[in-house]
Design a protein around this ligand. Structure first.
Ligand code: TMP
Length: 206
């Protein structure tokens, strides 16, 4: 049985990643792909519990290290329980965020060293990388304006422009580092155009 494909979706707030995820999933399933849809932090019972803590504004200030380690604790469980078994069974996995988000948010946003995050990456998933990462990119101000319509911002959404600017820069740096894997989607375009870009980038995986 052939190994499945592992696709991850990344981007800053308000980039339309979640809307695109639904359209991409429908399209893949329509093409007969046996698809597992998941997200990080989350995807397992433990992961969803950690997600609640990480996103709840009542959690307040976390040490950046605690935040990073919880992301990787959720990830280790997610890989063991969901991602690895699915890929080994020949299924495709579409995951809303993965390790690039830790580099962007905890590295870029919180200022933790990229080397330290690489150590965790090497420890938790030395042999697993996405086959394709779609980076939904748009100017920070534009994204925040879109996301600003949400009534109850989570712990990350409460951050300021400077934080998201660092996150975006770190994401773009990941793309420069891994040009074969991380592909840019111009998220300033309309929903249909964004979906078309995603389709064109996923097509070669078939
Ligand atoms: P979401 O709202 O796009 O589902 O993502 C949840 C939040 O978690 C988002 O603000 C980004 C953040 N996050 C990190 O800070 N580090 C990570 O490793 C992951 C996976 C998500």
């Amino acid at each position: 049985m052939s190994k499945g494909q592992f696709i991850t979706l990344e981007g800053t707030e308000g980039a339309g990643k979640s809307t695109a995820a639904v359209a991409i999933a429908d399209w893949l399933m329509g093409r007969g792909v046996d698809l597992v849809i998941s997200r990080e932090p989350g995807g397992t019972a433990l992961g969803e519990m950690l997600r609640s803590v990480l996103l709840d504004p009542n959690t307040g200030n976390l040490a950046a290290e605690s935040e990073l380690l919880m992301m990787f604790a959720a990830r280790a469980q997610h890989i063991m329980q969901i991602i690895q078994p699915a890929l080994e069974a020949g299924k495709w996995v579409l995951c809303d965020r993965f390790t690039d988000a830790s580099f962007a948010y905890q590295g870029g946003g919180r200022g933790l060293s990229f080397e330290r995050i690489e150590e965790l990456e090497q420890w938790v998933h030395p042999h697993l990388q996405p086959d394709l990462t779609l980076l939904f990119d748009l100017p920070v101000e534009e994204g925040l304006q879109r996301a600003g319509r949400r009534n109850f911002p989570d712990r990350f959404e409460q951050e300021k422009v400077a934080f998201f600017t660092q996150v975006r820069e770190a994401y773009l740096r990941r793309m420069e580092q891994f040009p074969g894997r991380v592909k840019l989607v111009d998220a300033s375009q309309n929903v249909e155009q964004v979906f078309c870009q995603a389709q064109a980038l996923i097509e070669p995986l078939f």
